[in-house]
Design a protein around this ligand. Structure first.
Ligand code: AMP
Length: 357
């Protein structure tokens, strides 16, 4: 697939959550269609996509029909079963590529990759048994964090260890899943860079945003981040190095810890990212359109920032604030159409914009 997709072409998206929803809206602005593949019913993306398939990742007929109906395949979450990807890949290009997915699905693969391209990360060791954990604690010390190697998100699959006595409890929380022990980083702030690479290898990065988490879930992203010019440049160079090393096509999120020794990479997400939602009201071309452009083989758009922005996630009961937020000036609401507001569930977000400083 070397030619840009023409308008009217269809982008297949694996996953029908809010990211798939916002990707579909961006695609439609460019005259492109999306076909969502999602196992659960009432998917947020189904409201706005041209077509939705509701089927499991083990449904071979549904996967084949999906691939046959689209021009290119992308995804909005990284835990897609390998067998489904093997089948889909035979029929249509998958962007970003399989290597990007495999690298980010597994913390050990991710850390090995990041170190291999010369980037700094927190000290870590792999842990499966109690004996591994004792050895890792002797090497890394406390405080530290035990994290499952796979399927972790929003702080799930993690246990903090403040002293070696807490090791058995932490291991029990993980229920025998393969894990890593990671040294606790006393960072001054957390930032992330959202960057994109086109099918022809151009790279563009958004300004880094500063993230604040609450209960393990992203609470706010604020632009501009408090970074020195050198740190800002470093953040962008780190993202570009990752994109090029993976021969990546699409948008990537890179989470970084700011420390006195420099920037450490926490993790990478091979997709549009919650900490990039500010771009919807802070840039001419947001992260969703940028991703669609890249996977469709189009040129990347202008992602320079024209405003200061604070993005706040609306989680669970926060949804009760929407009428009040809807009255505020310089405030853009983005709601995901989810009917049930469970605790911890991302219901929407709000971007508050201010003149650029
Ligand atoms: P993760 O799922 O790895 O992104 O971790 C979720 C959040 O936990 C991060 O955004 C940090 O706020 C915190 N965290 C994760 N790893 C570390 C670490 N090694 N040191 C300090 N805080 C961490």
């Amino acid at each position: 697939m070397n030619e840009p997709l023409p308008t009217g072409a269809t982008i297949g998206i694996l996953g029908g959550g809010q990211l798939g929803r916002m990707l579909s809206v961006a695609a439609s602005r460019l005259g492109l269609r999306t076909h969502i593949y999602e196992p659960s019913t009432n998917a947020p993306a189904a409201d706005v996509a041209h077509h939705t398939t509701t089927a499991g990742y083990d449904d071979i007929d549904a996967l084949r029909a999906f691939a046959a109906s689209v021009d290119v395949i992308t995804y909005e979450f990284e835990n897609i079963p390998t067998a489904a990807l093997d089948l889909l890949e035979q029929m249509r290009p998958i962007r970003p590529n399989r290597r990007a997915l495999a690298t980010s699905q597994d913390r050990i693969a991710e850390k090995t990759f990041l170190t291999g391209i010369g980037l700094a990360i927190a000290p870590w060791a792999s842990v499966t048994t109690a004996a591994d954990l004792d050895k890792a604690l002797a090497q890394i010390g406390t405080p530290s964090i035990l994290k499952t190697t796979r399927m972790g998100y929003d702080g799930k699959g993690q246990a903090r260890i403040m002293s070696p006595a807490e090791a058995p409890t932490a291991l029990a929380v993980l229920q025998g899943a393969p894990a890593i022990l990671e040294g606790f980083i006393a960072f001054s702030r957390e930032v992330s860079v959202i960057a994109a690479r086109s099918a022809t290898g151009e790279v563009a990065a958004y300004d880094p945003g500063e993230n604040v988490h609450r209960d393990g879930i992203l609470h706010t992203t604020t632009l501009p981040a408090k970074l020195s010019p050198a740190q800002r440049t470093d953040a962008v160079l780190i993202a570009a190095r990752i994109l090029n090393a993976l021969d990546y096509v699409g948008v990537l999120g890179v989470e970084l810890f700011v420390t006195p020794q420099g920037l450490l990479v926490n993790e990478i997400a091979p997709r549009v990212h919650n900490s990039g939602h500010w771009t919807q009201n802070g840039c001419a071309v947001d992260q969703f359109e940028q991703h669609i452009r890249a996977v469709a083989g189009w040129p990347l758009g202008d992602g320079s920032r024209h405003a200061d922005v604070t993005m706040e996630n609306l989680i669970g009961d926060d949804i009760a604030r929407i009428q009040d937020l809807a009255r505020q000036p310089n405030t853009a609401l983005h709601l995901y159409g989810k009917s049930e507001a469970r605790p911890g569930r991302k219901m929407g977000h709000v971007n508050c914009i201010r003149p650029k400083t």
